[in-house]
Every structure is written in C-alpha cells, then in structure tokens.
Design a protein around this ligand. Structure first.
Ligand code: BGC
Ligand code: BGC
Length: 604
C-alpha cells in the first residue's frame, strides 16, 4: 500500500508563520501597553492620593509635596506662559508640561462667544488634568475694562475714567463683576490692574492707568484687585517698575515714540512715585507682578536683579511670582539663550512666550544642565507659581455643576458700568451754568464722530487688541442715551457731520461728541493729541445753528482744545466710558450730579 503524505506547500507554511508572528507581536504590544497602563494608573493613583491634593493641608505643605514630585521637565513647563495662538498641538500641554496659557488682546476662539471661550479653556484644562501630576493651568487674559475681549461682555470705563471717579467702593464692585464675567468663560488670571503712574499723557497707554497721582493709583488699583480676588481671580500688578515715567522719543520700537522706551529717573523718585501702588498691591495679596518693556538707566527692567529680586522679593516680601511681558525677555541684548538666563537669574519666575515655546524648553534644559541657572532658582520660581495656584483654589475646584453664563453681560452688571460712567465724567468748562441740561428742551441736535459709536466709546482692548470702530458690540451709545433721557416732546436730531441745515435752522442745544479713535500701546503714542478736522467741522456746523453748545470728549487722555474751548458753552471729559452710554446722559440731564475729578492734568 502506498501511503501518501499530504505535502504542505512552502507557501502555506510561510503564511502560517507570518500569521503566528503577527499574533505574537500583537500580544506582546498589548501586554506592554497594559503594563505601562497599570504602571501609570498606579502612579496616577498614588499622585491622586498625594498630600498636595488634600485641601485641608496648609498651602506651603502642599507646595512642598508637589514640588518634591516634579521632574526637571515638569518644572520647566510650569514656568512657561504660552500664547494660545502659538500652541502647535493641544497635546503639547502635556508633552511640555505647560503651566499657563494666555489669550493676547483679541486672542479668543473663532466664535467669540462666552460659551466658546468656556469650551476652549475647559479643553485646555482637561489636557493639563490628564498629565501625570494634573497641575491646573493658569489662563490669563487682559480683562482690563471688563472681560472685554468677549462679545456680549459688560464693558466698563477704562481705568482713567475709574481714576476720575475716585470711588474705591465702585471700583471694587467693578472688579467683582469683571471676575464673574471672567469665571464664566473659564479664565482664572487677569493681567490687571495697571498700576503705572503716568507722567506723560502722550503715551498710548495713559487710559490704562488710574492717573498720575500715586495715592489715587494705589487706592483704586488695590480696591479693584481686591474685587477680582474676592471671586478667585489671580491678579497682576503691572508694569513693574516706573513705566509711567518713560521719556518721549526714546522708544526702542521704531513704530512707537514713548512706549517701550527709557526710564531715566533716579531711584528715590522711582521709589516715591512709582513703587507705592506695588507695595499696596503686595499687601493686598496680588498674585503676580508683570515686568514692563522698558530700560531703567540703560538696563532692561527684566534683566535687573536689584528690582526683580532685591527690592520686590527680599525687601517687600512679595511671595507671588514675577512674569515677563509678551516678548519681553528677548529684548535683552545678545543671544536668546543669554537673554533667558539673564532674566531668570535676575528673578523672573514665569516667561510669557507669544511664539517659540519649544526653543524656550530646550534652552531652559540646557541652562539647568550646564548650571547657568541653578536648580534652586528654578525651584524658587516654581514654588511661587504653585503657591499662587493653590492659594487661588485652582486645585480644589469642582467642575461647576451648572456652567451658567446667565450673568454674563447681565443688566445688573450693566447698571454698575452705567454708574461707573456717571461717576467718571469731569466738567472741564461750564460757562454760565449751562450744565445740567433740561430734559424738556424742544430741539436738540447731536453730532460728532463718537456720538453713535460703541467702538470709540470703548477704546482699545475691546474685542481686538487695538479696539474696533463702529457699533459691533452690545451696549448703548451716547446718542441713544440722550434720546432715552429727554422728554417725549423733545426733538433730537443726529447727523455725525453736524450738517443739519437747511433741515434744522435753529436748535436750543447742540451736543457734539468728539474724540479719539481706538488704539492700544505704542500705536497710540501721539505727540499732539487733539481733535480731528472732521470733529472740529462738526462742532462748527452745530455751533452755527445752536443757541448753546456742549462738547463731550471721548478720549483716553487729555486732548489739546485750548485754541477752541472759549467758543463752547460747556465741555465734559467722558474718557472711554465703555458699553453703557446712558451713564453720560444721566449726568448731562441732571438725574445725577457731576462728581468726577481730573486724574491727570488737562491744560486748557
Ligand atoms: C502688554 C501687557 C499685556 C500682555 C498680554 C503686552 O504686550 O504690554 O500689558 O498684558 O501683552 O496681552
Ligand atoms: C497681542 C497683545 C499684545 C501685543 C504686544 C498683540 O498681538 O494681541 O496682547 O500686547 O501683541 O505687542
């Protein structure tokens, strides 16, 4: 008998072999992944039970515990503050262990609604939360006059107007509401208040200050930051130190004149005029101090050890963290590496990185490895940042059960903004008691580039960094406020250019609302701030047909009107009132008294 053995083809053999090896490899991968998972879950479990998560422990204990668990890379990431538009992948939050993110002026989500902000920031926080140590992010914004980057926010007068109000209680309430409207969007850190004491109002940042009087700046900025902090927002006193004293014509930025310029005052003046608001902010528990873009006696502020360490930390006992401004550290001459090492060694704790955070990480690692930056210095910086995060309750916040945005831009909030507008108005001139106006005049004409323009009313840092011109935001224009205030018999006509004739031949009162178009920072440096030709023309047109004329100036600083002011019956400084223009009419028509006083000198 022939027995036949079935022959297995070599081809089939190979197939089986491949199949088996694929299976074994897959099994191997699964096992490895499972082991890693078990390992990291175990690790995460250990971290989740770690002392630093226990809110009954004192802040310092929690800081020490967390710090002792951190790797060098985690520490380096903790001192980075990355502009969200420069974030290449959101996975970089975990990969680079980032500690903080920011939205620059206008840097919101595509749909600039509060819900979209909330979603965006929550996603970033979720990423941070999935990292080994789950350290929450600080998310910083410039909510400098309300959370005004966001559509629908309550927009308060800029600081210069609050400075004119001189009302600490009011300013504290403005802080509270700003904090509420920030929290609704998930932001937990405000780059505010500005505590600069302005000396030259040609500076494009004059309106961001509470004025030129040290005491007024100290009191109001402190009240404002107390308001913010009462609603768990981390605050920033900026721009340290002496940036209100920069000298015209010294800017290092070719597009600017004074912003980012030189400070040349002596130390005694720096201490007596510019330091007190920082001292007061430190006493009130300010979380961070932002270093200005400027040089003092030829040295970049951010490179100055005497200011960043000796004065603020050692002498004044500041235990929060010092943060740089925008591209600030790289203004130190020399290589980027040298700039970084110099700034951190001078006492900078957190670096604002609008662009290349990967380079920053690499260079920090190099500096630590080489000893150019000591581990003690890095630990000190991280410790300060963590302290602020713990103190603000960032580690202990439960996800809100009802992420209600109902209060965002609510009418209650807007009433406080309207009150702030009322209290910020200053009478510059009032011939023969023209003010207040009667609500029952029969014919009023209104004109001027700022009469019906919410963008101009609000100024810079509104929706966009440089602000927006026109009616794109929610609010009430000054014109609408006037219409709402007068009697039903009063006829109010409006033409921006004031070209009423021949339709209107004569009016009892002409109200012309004039002023500046929005700007921010050095783009607003202006050697001779005054009225535009269009506004002057509107004033002249209105004057020609009106029995009396009131000029309302919407501006971030004093404008030179000395050549014309004698021709007008009354002149009011309204600063940059924000979204609630009705506050102007409240005072103009006598429902409330004028109480504001000048926060800066206004030569007439
Ligand atoms: C400004 C700061 C601001 C920061 C973030 C800087 O250029 O000088 O005042 O907080 O940008 O927007
Ligand atoms: C940002 C601002 C920042 C400025 C600095 C802008 O692009 O939006 O927040 O202050 O750059 O130059």
């Amino acid at each position: 008998m022939r027995t036949s053995r079935k022959k297995i083809s070599p081809f089939r053999n190979k197939k089986v072999f491949l199949f088996l090896s694929a299976m074994i490899t897959a099994l191997f991968v699964v096992v490895i992944v499972a082991v890693i998972n078990i390992q990291s879950n175990r690790e995460r479990k250990v971290e989740a039970e770690a002392l630093y998560h226990d809110k009954s422990q004192p802040v310092e204990e929690r800081v020490n515990d967390l710090l002792s668990r951190m790797t060098v890379d985690e520490k380096i990431g903790q001192i980075a503050l990355v502009e969200k538009n420069s974030l290449l992948f959101s996975s970089d939050i975990v990969r680079f262990n980032l500690g903080a993110l920011l939205s620059g002026g206008g840097g919101g989500p595509d749909s600039n609604e509060p819900e979209a902000w909330k979603k965006m920031i929550t996603n970033f926080q979720d990423s941070a939360n999935s990292s080994r140590l789950a350290i929450p992010l600080l998310y910083g914004v410039d909510a400098v006059h309300g959370n005004a980057n966001v559509l629908g926010a309550t927009i308060f007068p800029h600081a210069i107007g609050l400075g004119a109000s001189g009302d600490e209680d009011l300013v504290r309430r403005v802080g509270v509401i700003t904090a509420e409207e920030m929290s609704a969007t998930g932001a937990n850190w405000n780059f505010s208040p500005t505590v600069d004491v302005v000396q030259d109002s040609r500076w494009g940042r004059t309106y961001e200050t509470f004025g030129s009087d040290t005491e007024r700046v100290s009191e109001l900025a402190t009240a404002y930051l107390e308001g913010l902090q009462s609603s768990a927002i981390v605050t920033t006193a900026k721009h340290y130190l002496g940036t209100g004293a920069m000298v015209w014509g010294t800017s290092t930025n070719p597009d600017f004149k004074i912003d980012q310029g030189e400070i040349t005052i002596d130390e005694a003046t720096l201490r007596s005029v510019h330091l007190p608001p920082f001292v007061s902010a430190i006493r009130a528990g300010v979380g961070s101090i932002m270093v200005g873009h400027a040089t003092w006696n030829g040295v970049e502020l951010v490179a100055n050890h005497e200011l960043l360490t000796d004065l603020i930390k050692d002498e004044l006992g500041f235990d929060g963290f010092v943060v740089s401004d925008w591209y600030g550290i790289y203004e130190i001459p020399g290589s980027k590496y040298h700039a970084l090492v110099t700034a951190i060694n001078a006492g900078l704790d957190m670096v604002m990185l609008p662009y290349n955070y990967r380079l920053f990480t690499m260079e920090m690692r190099r500096a630590i490895n080489s000893g150019d930056i000591s581990m003690e210095r890095l630990d000190d910086a991280v410790r300060r940042i963590l302290r602020v995060k713990f103190a603000a309750g960032l580690f202990d916040q439960e996800p809100p059960s009802d992420p209600s945005l109902n209060e965002f831009g609510s009418s209650e909030h807007r009433l406080v903004a309207r009150e702030a507008v009322r209290k910020s108005l200053v009478i510059l001139r009032d011939k023969q008691q023209t003010l207040p106006l009667s609500k029952t005049l029969s014919q009023i004409v209104v004109a001027g580039g700022a009469a019906d323009n919410l963008g101009r009313q609000s100024g810079g840092w509104t929706i966009e960094w440089q602000g927006i011109d026109g009616n794109w935001i929610l609010g009430t224009t000054i014109l609408q406020g006037i219409k709402n205030a007068v009697s039903s018999q009063t006829k109010v006509d409006y033409r921006q250019a004031g070209d009423f004739s021949p339709e209107v031949e004569s009016a009892d009162m002409g109200i012309v609302v004039v002023g500046e178009t929005p700007y921010a920072e050095g783009w607003g440096d202006n050697e001779h701030p005054t009225l535009s030709d269009d506004d002057l023309q509107a004033i002249n047109n209105v004057k020609a047909i009106s029995k009396k004329i009131v000029v309302i100036i919407v501006s971030g600083r004093p404008l030179d009107i000395s050549a014309y002011v004698d021709d007008w019956d009354a002149v009011i400084a309204a600063w940059l009132p924000g979204s609630e223009g009705e506050g102007v009419a409240d005072v103009l028509f006598g429902s409330y008294p004028f109480t504001g006083t000048l926060p800066v000198v206004w030569p007439l």
